[in-house]
Design a protein around this ligand. Sequence first.
Ligand code: UT7
Length: 324
Amino acid sequence: MANYPRIAGWGKALPQRILANSELELLVDTSDEWIQKRTGIKERRIASPGDTPATLATEAGKAALKVAGVSPCELDLIIAAVTIPDKIIPACAFLVQHAIGAERAGAFDINAACSGFVYGLAVASQFISSGTYKNILVVGSEVLSRSVNWQDRSTCILFGDAAGAVLVQASDEPCGPKAIVLGSDGGNGNAITLDGPGSSFNEGQSDNCNYITMDGQEVYRFAINALVSSTRKAVDEAGLTIDDIDLFIPHQANERIIHAATKTLGISPDKVFINVHSYGNTSAASIPVALCEALEQGRIHDGDIVAMTGVGGGLSWATMVYQW
Ligand code: UT7
């Protein structure tokens, strides 16, 4: 019995509330034209009062289980990639485990920001390949809107809320990761920050004024370089060439970043999946939501080579070259 890590199910959860660029014009000194020209973003989803990373992850996870035809009690492990969780304790993965009734499953969170889902998928693949587990749910879920300073035009135009999930299953059919590249540059981590409850920032603070901060231009340059170098390295380690990629699913941060990176890589635009115009940057949720939509649109076929690259906070990067 072989143990190829096969993505057997997928799902997504998108809050109903759509926040268009025109509404941001009322909050900060910006314009729909500027946002679209500089980022490609037209609108993003905003969590309703009852939504949290865990509720969105649960909805996406249930959808992935349904597609795979796997029941919650068959799950061995739940990995939640989430940057800003509902709670520090219990972690998001435990809330999902309880909500879907995965009685046998272990659970833990990963925080690698926008690279978190690919990090999680990499860990899940190792557990499957080693024969340790048969069914693992990997979710990427974010409610970033609650940590955005809605008076800071350099960040509030970018982020959105969403969740995406995949069910990774042990399979006899040859498929799965052909290469995994995980990377970090903590030395430049200050380019995107959000203080946590243990930070000295909280000493003597009584009100919540803790928001995501970002050096946009620094992150912009980093994102293009990391997308290019991480993808090249993974394709090389897989023994493939860039031309072998059938579909490239980059982190959806900014359409200009995606265009610049894929142009340098030499990937033709019809092989690049982009949905940033609809959802903005949803951090750990961006790649699983994009993967789910690519599958729903019939853009991935058996045997295809799919490259997924996350880049972001940490600073971090992660590429998986996956044979469907
Ligand atoms: O997942 C990883 C997380 N983050 C990212 O990937 C973000 C990466 N960075 C970016 O996407 C871009 O740097 C931004 C979209 C954040 C900014 O775009 P930019 O082309 O780098 O703009 P900029 O920071 O160079 O600013 C250009 C001008 C400035 O005005 P001046 O100094 O030229 O007069 C800004 O003050 O645009 C101004 N500006 C804005 N104008 C209207 C900055 N933000 C806005 C805004 N609306 N929202």
